[in-house]
Design a protein around this ligand. Sequence first.
Ligand code: HEC
Length: 205
Amino acid sequence: MRLLLIALTIALLMGCSTTEKKADAVDETEQLLIAASQKVVGDFSSELKQELLGALNEGGPANAIAVCETKAPLIAAAHSESEFLSINRITDRNRNPKNLADSTQMEVLTKMSLDSTINEQHFWADTETGRKFSYYKAIRVNALCLKCHGKTEDIDPSVREELVNSYPGDRAVEYEVGDFRGAFLVEIDWPQGEEIVQQLTTTEN
Ligand code: HEC
Protein backbone atom coordinates (compact mmCIF):
# COMPACT_ATOMS: atom_id res chain seq x y z
CA MET A 1 0.00 0.00 0.00
CA ARG A 2 2.72 2.41 1.02
CA LEU A 3 4.70 1.57 -2.10
CA LEU A 4 1.64 2.21 -4.21
CA LEU A 5 1.15 5.60 -2.58
CA ILE A 6 4.76 6.55 -3.20
CA ALA A 7 4.48 5.46 -6.81
CA LEU A 8 1.29 7.47 -7.21
CA THR A 9 2.84 10.54 -5.63
CA ILE A 10 5.82 10.35 -7.95
CA ALA A 11 3.58 9.89 -10.97
CA LEU A 12 1.50 12.90 -9.95
CA LEU A 13 4.54 15.06 -9.31
CA MET A 14 6.02 14.18 -12.67
CA GLY A 15 2.77 14.65 -14.54
CA CYS A 16 1.86 17.94 -12.92
CA SER A 17 5.22 19.58 -12.57
CA THR A 18 4.10 22.72 -14.43
CA THR A 19 0.84 23.34 -12.60
CA GLU A 20 -0.37 23.37 -9.05
CA LYS A 21 -4.02 23.21 -10.00
CA LYS A 22 -6.08 20.25 -8.98
CA ALA A 23 -6.53 17.61 -11.65
CA ASP A 24 -10.29 18.13 -12.00
CA ALA A 25 -9.91 21.90 -12.42
CA VAL A 26 -7.37 21.31 -15.16
CA ASP A 27 -9.72 18.88 -16.85
CA GLU A 28 -12.50 21.44 -16.77
CA THR A 29 -10.35 24.06 -18.49
CA GLU A 30 -9.24 21.53 -21.03
CA GLN A 31 -12.80 20.43 -21.78
CA LEU A 32 -13.78 24.06 -22.29
CA LEU A 33 -10.88 24.69 -24.66
CA ILE A 34 -11.64 21.53 -26.62
CA ALA A 35 -15.29 22.57 -26.95
CA ALA A 36 -14.30 26.06 -28.12
CA SER A 37 -11.84 24.60 -30.64
CA GLN A 38 -14.43 22.19 -32.00
CA LYS A 39 -16.86 25.07 -32.43
CA VAL A 40 -14.33 27.15 -34.38
CA VAL A 41 -13.36 24.22 -36.60
CA GLY A 42 -17.03 23.43 -37.26
CA ASP A 43 -17.84 27.02 -38.20
CA PHE A 44 -14.74 27.41 -40.34
CA SER A 45 -15.10 24.14 -42.23
CA SER A 46 -18.80 24.52 -42.93
CA GLU A 47 -18.31 28.04 -44.24
CA LEU A 48 -15.41 26.91 -46.42
CA LYS A 49 -17.40 24.00 -47.78
CA GLN A 50 -20.36 26.24 -48.56
CA GLU A 51 -18.15 28.71 -50.43
CA LEU A 52 -16.46 25.88 -52.30
CA LEU A 53 -19.73 24.23 -53.34
CA GLY A 54 -21.20 27.59 -54.35
CA ALA A 55 -18.20 28.43 -56.51
CA LEU A 56 -18.10 24.93 -58.06
CA ASN A 57 -21.76 25.22 -59.02
CA GLU A 58 -21.32 28.67 -60.44
CA GLY A 59 -18.21 28.28 -62.51
CA GLY A 60 -16.68 24.84 -62.05
CA PRO A 61 -13.42 23.93 -60.34
CA ALA A 62 -11.29 26.52 -62.14
CA ASN A 63 -13.50 29.21 -60.64
CA ALA A 64 -13.49 27.54 -57.23
CA ILE A 65 -9.71 27.66 -56.98
CA ALA A 66 -10.07 31.30 -56.04
CA VAL A 67 -12.15 30.23 -53.03
CA CYS A 68 -9.30 28.10 -51.71
CA GLU A 69 -6.69 30.63 -52.65
CA THR A 70 -8.18 33.85 -51.31
CA LYS A 71 -11.30 32.93 -49.35
CA ALA A 72 -9.79 30.20 -47.17
CA PRO A 73 -7.27 32.53 -45.49
CA LEU A 74 -9.95 35.22 -45.17
CA ILE A 75 -12.44 32.85 -43.57
CA ALA A 76 -9.68 31.60 -41.31
CA ALA A 77 -8.89 35.17 -40.28
CA ALA A 78 -12.57 35.92 -39.65
CA HIS A 79 -12.84 32.93 -37.35
CA SER A 80 -9.61 33.83 -35.60
CA GLU A 81 -11.94 35.92 -33.53
CA SER A 82 -9.50 37.31 -31.05
CA GLU A 83 -5.79 37.97 -30.99
CA PHE A 84 -5.60 35.06 -28.55
CA LEU A 85 -7.27 32.49 -30.78
CA SER A 86 -6.34 31.47 -34.32
CA ILE A 87 -7.35 28.78 -36.77
CA ASN A 88 -5.35 27.54 -39.73
CA ARG A 89 -5.10 24.58 -42.06
CA ILE A 90 -1.76 22.82 -42.00
CA THR A 91 -0.47 19.86 -43.96
CA ASP A 92 2.42 17.47 -44.41
CA ARG A 93 2.04 17.68 -48.23
CA ASN A 94 1.39 21.22 -49.23
CA ARG A 95 -0.03 23.08 -52.14
CA ASN A 96 0.66 26.52 -50.63
CA PRO A 97 4.05 26.54 -48.79
CA LYS A 98 2.44 28.80 -46.14
CA ASN A 99 0.38 25.82 -45.00
CA LEU A 100 3.30 23.46 -44.51
CA ALA A 101 3.52 22.20 -40.92
CA ASP A 102 6.58 23.11 -38.85
CA SER A 103 8.61 20.34 -37.25
CA THR A 104 6.57 20.17 -34.03
CA GLN A 105 3.29 20.14 -35.93
CA MET A 106 4.68 17.61 -38.38
CA GLU A 107 5.16 15.08 -35.59
CA VAL A 108 1.48 15.34 -34.71
CA LEU A 109 0.39 15.11 -38.33
CA THR A 110 2.56 12.07 -38.92
CA LYS A 111 0.96 10.31 -35.98
CA MET A 112 -2.53 11.15 -37.26
CA SER A 113 -1.70 10.11 -40.80
CA LEU A 114 -0.45 6.71 -39.67
CA ASP A 115 -3.49 5.98 -37.52
CA SER A 116 -6.84 6.79 -39.10
CA THR A 117 -8.63 6.32 -35.76
CA ILE A 118 -6.94 9.46 -34.39
CA ASN A 119 -9.13 12.39 -35.35
CA GLU A 120 -8.27 14.92 -32.67
CA GLN A 121 -5.21 15.76 -30.61
CA HIS A 122 -4.51 18.51 -28.12
CA PHE A 123 -1.41 19.80 -26.38
CA TRP A 124 -0.24 22.42 -23.91
CA ALA A 125 2.99 24.35 -24.19
CA ASP A 126 4.47 26.88 -21.79
CA THR A 127 4.94 30.39 -23.17
CA GLU A 128 6.42 33.61 -21.78
CA THR A 129 2.98 34.91 -20.86
CA GLY A 130 1.23 31.73 -19.81
CA ARG A 131 0.42 28.66 -21.81
CA LYS A 132 -0.63 27.85 -25.34
CA PHE A 133 -3.29 25.28 -26.11
CA SER A 134 -3.14 23.58 -29.52
CA TYR A 135 -6.00 21.57 -30.95
CA TYR A 136 -5.68 19.48 -34.13
CA LYS A 137 -8.58 18.04 -36.10
CA ALA A 138 -7.73 15.67 -38.95
CA ILE A 139 -8.79 16.54 -42.50
CA ARG A 140 -9.43 13.58 -44.77
CA VAL A 141 -10.14 13.54 -48.48
CA ASN A 142 -13.62 13.01 -49.89
CA ALA A 143 -14.78 12.75 -53.51
CA LEU A 144 -15.26 16.51 -53.87
CA CYS A 145 -11.63 17.19 -53.07
CA LEU A 146 -10.41 15.02 -55.95
CA LYS A 147 -11.36 17.71 -58.48
CA CYS A 148 -8.34 19.65 -57.30
CA HIS A 149 -6.30 17.19 -55.20
CA GLY A 150 -6.85 13.90 -57.05
CA LYS A 151 -4.83 12.10 -59.71
CA THR A 152 -3.28 14.61 -62.08
CA GLU A 153 -4.77 12.94 -65.16
CA ASP A 154 -8.27 13.16 -63.63
CA ILE A 155 -8.03 16.87 -62.90
CA ASP A 156 -9.71 19.10 -65.48
CA PRO A 157 -7.01 20.58 -67.77
CA SER A 158 -8.08 24.17 -67.07
CA VAL A 159 -7.79 23.50 -63.33
CA ARG A 160 -4.43 21.86 -63.78
CA GLU A 161 -3.18 24.85 -65.71
CA GLU A 162 -4.31 27.26 -63.05
CA LEU A 163 -2.79 25.16 -60.28
CA VAL A 164 0.55 24.93 -62.07
CA ASN A 165 0.57 28.71 -62.53
CA SER A 166 -0.39 29.60 -58.98
CA TYR A 167 1.44 26.82 -57.11
CA PRO A 168 4.68 25.88 -58.87
CA GLY A 169 5.81 23.33 -56.26
CA ASP A 170 2.32 21.82 -55.72
CA ARG A 171 2.56 18.55 -53.77
CA ALA A 172 -1.14 18.32 -52.91
CA VAL A 173 -2.25 16.04 -55.76
CA GLU A 174 -2.55 12.27 -56.25
CA TYR A 175 -4.78 11.88 -53.20
CA GLU A 176 -7.49 9.24 -52.92
CA VAL A 177 -10.76 9.25 -50.97
CA GLY A 178 -10.05 8.63 -47.28
CA ASP A 179 -6.44 9.81 -47.42
CA PHE A 180 -5.11 12.03 -44.67
CA ARG A 181 -4.82 15.57 -46.05
CA GLY A 182 -3.72 17.58 -43.00
CA ALA A 183 -5.41 19.22 -40.04
CA PHE A 184 -7.27 22.21 -38.78
CA LEU A 185 -5.12 23.74 -36.08
CA VAL A 186 -6.64 25.95 -33.39
CA GLU A 187 -4.24 27.76 -31.07
CA ILE A 188 -5.39 29.54 -27.93
CA ASP A 189 -3.28 31.61 -25.54
CA TRP A 190 -4.23 30.80 -21.99
CA PRO A 191 -5.41 32.43 -19.79
CA GLN A 192 -5.57 35.45 -22.17
CA GLY A 193 -8.08 33.70 -24.41
CA GLU A 194 -10.57 33.10 -21.63
CA GLU A 195 -13.09 35.68 -22.84
CA ILE A 196 -13.27 34.40 -26.42
CA VAL A 197 -13.44 30.81 -25.20
CA GLN A 198 -16.37 31.69 -22.94
CA GLN A 199 -18.12 33.41 -25.84
CA LEU A 200 -17.60 30.46 -28.15
CA THR A 201 -18.89 27.96 -25.67
CA THR A 202 -21.95 29.91 -24.53
CA THR A 203 -23.37 31.47 -27.74
CA GLU A 204 -25.56 29.55 -30.13
CA ASN A 205 -24.13 30.81 -33.42
C1 HEC B 1 -11.56 23.98 -56.58
C2 HEC B 1 -10.34 23.32 -56.23
C3 HEC B 1 -10.22 22.73 -54.85
C4 HEC B 1 -11.07 21.84 -54.26
C5 HEC B 1 -12.36 21.23 -54.81
C6 HEC B 1 -10.48 21.54 -52.97
N1 HEC B 1 -9.31 22.22 -52.80
FE1 HEC B 1 -8.09 22.15 -51.20
N2 HEC B 1 -6.92 23.59 -51.99
C7 HEC B 1 -7.12 24.16 -53.23
C8 HEC B 1 -6.18 25.26 -53.39
C9 HEC B 1 -6.06 26.17 -54.60
C10 HEC B 1 -5.41 25.30 -52.20
C11 HEC B 1 -4.31 26.29 -51.82
C12 HEC B 1 -4.93 27.36 -50.91
C13 HEC B 1 -3.94 28.39 -50.45
O1 HEC B 1 -3.29 29.01 -51.31
O2 HEC B 1 -3.85 28.60 -49.24
C14 HEC B 1 -5.92 24.25 -51.34
C15 HEC B 1 -5.43 24.01 -50.08
C16 HEC B 1 -5.91 23.03 -49.26
C17 HEC B 1 -5.40 22.77 -47.92
C18 HEC B 1 -4.30 23.55 -47.20
C19 HEC B 1 -2.98 22.87 -47.30
C20 HEC B 1 -2.21 23.10 -48.58
O3 HEC B 1 -1.85 22.09 -49.19
O4 HEC B 1 -1.97 24.27 -48.97
C21 HEC B 1 -6.11 21.73 -47.44
C22 HEC B 1 -5.94 21.07 -46.08
C23 HEC B 1 -7.08 21.36 -48.44
N3 HEC B 1 -6.94 22.16 -49.54
C24 HEC B 1 -8.00 20.36 -48.28
C25 HEC B 1 -9.05 20.14 -49.17
C26 HEC B 1 -10.11 19.20 -48.92
C27 HEC B 1 -10.20 18.29 -47.70
C28 HEC B 1 -10.98 19.29 -49.96
C29 HEC B 1 -12.29 18.56 -50.13
C30 HEC B 1 -13.26 18.76 -49.11
C31 HEC B 1 -10.44 20.31 -50.87
N4 HEC B 1 -9.27 20.79 -50.36
C32 HEC B 1 -11.03 20.67 -52.07
C33 HEC B 1 -8.04 23.79 -54.17
C34 HEC B 1 -9.12 22.97 -53.93
